[in-house]
Design a protein around this ligand. Sequence first.
Ligand code: ISJ
Length: 447
Amino acid sequence: MDRSSGDSRLAGGTNGADGAADLVSRSRELEGVAADAILDGSAAARVQWATPDGLELVGRGIAAEFTAGGTGRFDRLRDRANRVFSGLVHDGPDPARPRAVGGVAFHDGHEPTPPWTGFPAASFILPRVQVVRTDDGTWLTAVGDRAGEADDRLERWHDRLTVSPGTGPRGSTPGVAATRRTTSPAEWTTQVETALERIADGRLRKVVLAQALSVELEGPIDVAATLERLGRQYPNCYRFSVDHGTGGTFFGAPPERLVSKRGQRVETEALAGSVPRGETPAEDEDHVERMRGDEKFQHEHGLVVDAIREQLAPLARDLTVSEQTIRRLATIQHLQTPIEATLSGDRHVLEIVEALHPTPAVGGVPPDAAWETIRETESFDRGWYAAPVGWFDADGDGEFAVGLRSGVATDEQVTLFAGSGIVADSDSDEEWDEVQLKFRPVLDELK
Ligand SMILES: C=C(O[C@@H]1C=C(C(=O)O)C=C[C@H]1O)C(=O)O
C-alpha cells in the first residue's frame, strides 16, 4: 500500500471556481436540547468530545474528511485541512465555529486490522451538523456547500431537535457475557522481563507495555449512554467517541491532556505514575505518599516531564513546568505535572501534537528503542489506543487528549486497552495489577 496515501474529501462539495466559498456554515442557539440528541437514529458518521472544563461537542455526517498515513501524516493532514478551512465561510458565534474532530493511530504506518477496520492512520471529520455546548449556551451548526444548503440543514435540524430534544441519561448497561485476554499472566511476565533486560543493558530506560481485553457483551452497547455514565464517574476526565460510519466506534474517558492550544498559548501535562484508590481518605493518602516518596515512581514520571520539555522547547519562546500534583480519579491516582508554554510563532495544533506524540507516558525513552520493544513484544494492534484524539479549527487551535481508558466497540463486542510504564525495578505482578485497574473505567460501565 502507498504509505503516503491520503485524501481530503468534500462530501458533495463544489470547487468554488467562481471564487465563491466551497463550504458555508450557519449556526443558531438551542435551548433545552441534549447535545447528543443529534446522534439518534441513523448510521451516519458521528463524533463526540467533552472536556473536564465543560465544552461538549457532538457531530454527525461528513461535510469534509481528512485522512493521511505514513511518516508525513501530520503535514498532509494540515495541508488538506487548511485547504478546506480556507474555503469555508462561517456565519455564527465563535463557540459554534466548525471544528474537525478525529484522531490518529499510535503508529504512523498503521494498517487497520479488526477491530480497527475503518480507522486509518489519521482521520478527521468536519461534521455536517454539530452541536456545541459551553457554559454560555448551546449552538447548532450546519455546514453545506451552498448557503441555501446550510440554511435548509440548519432549519431542518432545529425543527427536529425542538420536537425531539433528547432523552438525557438513558438505558441500562449492555452486560458482559465473557472476556478474553490477548496476554496471559505468563506472557506478560515474559514481556516485562524482556523490557527489563533491555533496560539493564542500557538500550532502553522506559517503555509502556499494554494489553487488550476483548469483551463479549450480552446486548448492544449505546456508546453515547456509556459516555454519559463515564462522565458522571469521571467528571475530571475527557470523553470522546469516533465512529466513521465504516466500522466500529472508538470511545473512552481519558484523564490525560496531550495539548490544548489557543493562539500562542499551549497547555500540556506529564501524567505518569499510578496507584489505586484506598477504601478511606487515609488509605488514599497512604498510597499517594508511597508514590510521592518512591524513587521508581519519580524516575518514571521525571522521564515524561523531561521529554515533554525537550519536545516542546524548540517550538516555544517560554515554557513553565509547574509543581507536581496528584490527579485523583474514581479508581486510580496519578502523579501529574502541568506544563505551559508560549509558542514562538504561529503554529497549528497538529504541529504540537506531532512534536509530543508519543510522550513517554505511553511510549518510552529513547523513543526508537521503545517503539521497537512495543512492536516486538505486544501481541495485538494498538490502533488508535494511546494516541492523540481531539479537534482543531480553521485557526489551527484545538485540544487533544491521549486515547486512554478506552475501547473500540463493534456490534456486541468491545476491545479494551490499557498499559503501564516499565522502568528499572518494575515488578511484573504490580504492573499487571496496574493494567487491570486501568481497564476498569470502561469495563465497569459495561457490566
Ligand atoms: C498507559 C496508560 O496510562 C498512562 C500510563 C500511566 C502510568 O504508567 O502510570 C499513567 C497514566 C497514563 O499516562 C493507560 O491508561 O493505558
